[in-house]
Ligand binder design. Sequence first.
Ligand code: AMP
Length: 188
Amino acid sequence: MPRSIIIFFGPPGSGKGTQTNLLAKKIKLPAISMGALLRQEAKAKSKMGRHIKKYMLLGKLVEISLNDKALKKRLAKKDAKHGFLLDGYPRNVDQLKHFLTLLKAKDKIIFVTISLSDRQVMQRLLARGRLDDKPHIIKKRIKDYHSWNDPLQKLAAKTGIDLKINGNRPIDKIQKDIQAKLKPWLND
Ligand code: AMP
């Protein structure tokens, strides 16, 4: 059976993580968050752990080699055999190109983009208050998001099924919309 790989795009705070987890439960595939995998690695008292922590606190992207290591470890688990959902990865063209080299020919790849305005992103992240949710870091993450996102979206549209979702709605409405738009593309 081909694997279904569903990749969520959207600015920080767009609800990607929440929507990924809701969908994962519904379609019984694991939700994999690169941010969460890296936060886990950052807890280790190793050189790699300290390095990842430093990058995350600066709002900088961790190098491909490091997130690749974390991702491969996660994808090797049994529960990802029939597919998985990804949140926070790939984040730019280089990461997407790299990710595509890890796939098998039969894999079905679906992109779900959740959109949200910059003002809404700022408001939501300030309300969330995570360690890296400080105004100057948020501004950098929004700026980075825009510069990486346009080319990423172009490549994604050429690569797989490309679904667009309005993120400025209640959580359950967004989830319903995602499920409806995905339905024709998923195995039963
Ligand atoms: P997130 O939880 O997705 O907001 O990510 C938090 C932080 O983890 C980011 O600011 C980066 O430092 C790091 N990170 C998450 N995803 C990636 C990725 N795909 N590549 C590199 N670094 C990442």
